[in-house]
Design a binder for this molecule. Structure first.
Ligand SMILES: Nc1nc2c(ncn2[C@@H]2O[C@H](COP(=O)(O)OP(=O)(O)O)[C@@H](O)[C@H]2O)c(=O)[nH]1
Ligand SMILES: [Mg+2]
Length: 413
C-alpha cells in the first residue's frame, strides 16, 4: 500500500449474518486505533476449538503500537471497549505497515460493536470500494475487486482475476507506448482487439444475457428451463398452461453467466388464467438477448410458430423438443434451413438431456461468445469499453494524443 492521508475502515464481507466478517483498517491512524482496541490473548492449552474456558474477561487496556504484530502476521485476541471489556474475539492480521484486517464473528451485532469502537477511535467508516480508492488502487483493480465480489461463476471470476493480475493493464500500457512512439496502426489494431474481447467475452461478465424460453404450452419449456438451470426450479406438468407467470434464474452455459427466463406460451391466450402470463412472455421476449423457441416435435411447427420465429428473426434459437435419442444425437449442423426457421431447429430431448449440449453451444455461438485464453486481456466493464471506443474514435480522427489520454484514463495514470 502506498500511504494514504485518510484513516478509514470498511467491512469487506457482505452485510448480514455470516461466520466471519473481515474489517479492513488503513491509514496513518490505523495502528494507534487498532492498538487501543486490541488485547492480545495468549494461546491457552485448555482452550480448544470445542470451546474450553475463555481467557479471563478482566478489563485490559489494549497494546502499544510496538506490540502490534509485524506485517504479514496473524494474532488471536479481543477487540475491547473503552473500559477494556471484550467486544468480540478476533484474529488480527497485519496486512501492511498501515493496514490491518480484523477477522471477527460475522453476526450483525459483533460487526456493529467492532465498527463502532473503530469509529470512536477516529477511523472513518467507508464502503469497500471507497477503501480501495483511499488506498490508491488503480481503477482496474477497484473494478476487478468489485466484480470478484459479484462474480457468479468460476469462469467470470477467473476472467476478472486475470485482469486483476495485470492482463488488461499490460495490454493498455503497451498500446500507450505504441501511441507515444507514433505506431498508430499497431495501437489501432490493439484497441480493436480489446473491443472484440469485450464483445465476445467481457460483456457477459458485466451483464449476463437474458435468455427467454418461449413456445406453445406443453412444448416442454419448463422441462428445458430446469435442465439448463440444473435444478428443479420451474413447475412442470402434463397439463398445458401450468406456468402461468414467468420464472427466472441465474444459470451458466459452459461457465458463462446467463439469466434464464421461463414463460407461459407465446400465443393467443384463450384462458383468462394464462392471459397475464402470455402478455408477460411477450414483454420478456422483447427484453431478451436470445429467445429459445421450443416446438413439440409431435405437434410440429404450427403457422403461429413459423410467424413468431420470423418475427424474432436472429434472436431466436429454435429447438425441436421431445425427439428420440437417435434423432437428438444427429449433428446439429446437419439440419438445413435458415436460422430462425423451424427447419433449422435443433433436435433435443429436454426430458433426457439428449442434444442439450449442442443447444448450449448454439446459444453461446448466437450470443457471439468466444472463450478467452488464460491470462488474456479482456475489458470487463461497460465503462472500460466505452472509453476504448472513444480512444478508437480519437485515433480514427487522427488524434493520437487524445487516444492515449483515454487509455491512460482506464489505467488511472
Ligand atoms: N417425451 C418427452 N416429454 C417431454 C420432453 N420435454 C417435456 N416433456 C413433457 O411434456 C410435458 C410438458 O412439459 P412442460 O415442460 O411443462 O411444458 P411447458 O408447458 O412448455 O412448460 C411434461 O409432461 C413433460 O414431462 C421431452 O423431451 N420428451
Ligand atoms: Mg411451463
Amino acid at each position: 500500500m502506498s500511504g494514504c492521508a485518510a484513516s478509514a475502515f470498511a467491512v469487506l464481507t457482505p452485510p448480514g449474518r455470516g461466520g466471519i466478517a473481515v474489517i479492513r483498517c488503513i491509514g496513518p491512524a490505523a495502528a494507534a486505533a487498532v492498538a487501543q482496541s486490541f488485547c492480545l490473548v495468549r494461546a491457552s492449552r485448555d482452550r480448544g476449538v470445542a470451546g474450553g474456558p475463555a481467557p479471563p474477561a478482566s478489563a485490559s487496556s489494549g497494546v502499544s503500537t510496538s506490540e502490534l504484530p509485524p506485517v504479514g502476521a496473524l494474532v488471536y485476541g479481543h477487540i475491547i471497549d473503552a473500559e477494556g471489556r471484550p467486544l468480540d474475539e478476533v484474529i488480527l492480521h497485519r496486512a501492511g505497515a498501515e493496514a490491518f484486517e480484523i477477522n471477527c464473528h460475522g453476526g450483525v451485532a459483533a460487526v456493529k460493536a467492532v465498527c463502532e469502537r473503530l469509529e470512536s477511535l477516529g477511523l472513518e467508516a467507508v464502503d469497500a470500494d471507497r477503501l480501495l480508492e483511499l488506498e490508491g488502487a488503480t481503477p482496474i483493480v477497484r473494478d476487478a475487486r468489485h466484480m470478484l465480489r459479484e462474480a457468479t461463476t468460476p469462469w467470470a471470476a477467473r476472467l476478472v482475476l486475470d485482469q486483476l493480475n495485470g492482463a488488461l493493464g499490460e495490454a493498455l500500457r503497451g498500446t500507450c507506448d505504441a501511441l507515444a512512439a507514433g505506431r498508430s496502426a499497431e495501437a489501432a489494431a490493439a484497441i480493436e482487439r480489446l473491443l472484440e474481447r469485450w464483445r465476445t467475452a467481457g460483456r457477459f461478465v458485466a451483464d449476463p444475457p437474458r435468455i427467454v424460453i418461449a413456445g406453445r404450452p406443453n412444448s416442454g419449456k419448463s422441462t428445458l428451463f430446469n435442465r439448463l438451470v440444473g435444478a428443479e426450479r420451474a413447475l412442470t406438468s402434463p397439463a398445458p398452461g401450468t406456468t402461468r407467470d414467468y420464472v427466472e434464474a441465474a444459470a451458466a452455459l459452459d461457465g458463462v453467466p446467463v439469466v434464464l427466463v421461463d414463460t407461459a406460451g407465446l400465443r393467443q391466450a384463450e384462458e383468462a388464467l394464462e392471459r397475464d402470463g402470455v402478455a408477460r412472455a411477450e414483454r420478456e421476449a422483447a427484453r431478451a438477448s436470445i429467445v429459445i423457441y421450443v416446438i413439440d416435435v409431435g405437434a410440429g411447427p404450427t403457422p403461429e410458430d413459423v410467424a413468431t420465429l420470423r418475427l424474432l428473426g436472429d434472436r431466436a434459437v429454435a429447438v425441436m423438443n421431445k425427439v428420440g435419442a437417435a434423432e437428438a444425437a444427429r449433428d446439429v449442423k446437419a439440419s438445413a434451413g435458415r436460422a430462425g426457421e423451424p427447419a433449422a431447429a435443433i433436435p433435443i430431448s429436454a426430458l433426457t438431456g439428449d442434444g442439450v449440449d449442442g443447444l448450449r453451444a448454439a446459444i453461446l455461438d448466437r450470443l457471439g461468445y468466444r472463450a478467452p485464453a488464460l491470462g488474456e486481456a479482456v475489458p470487463f466493464t461497460a465503462g472500460q469499453a466505452e472509453t476504448l471506443r472513444q480512444a478508437r474514435d480519437a485515433l480514427v480522427g487522427g488524434n493520437a494524443l487524445d487516444a492515449r489520454r483515454r487509455l491512460r484514463e482506464i489505467l488511472g495514470a
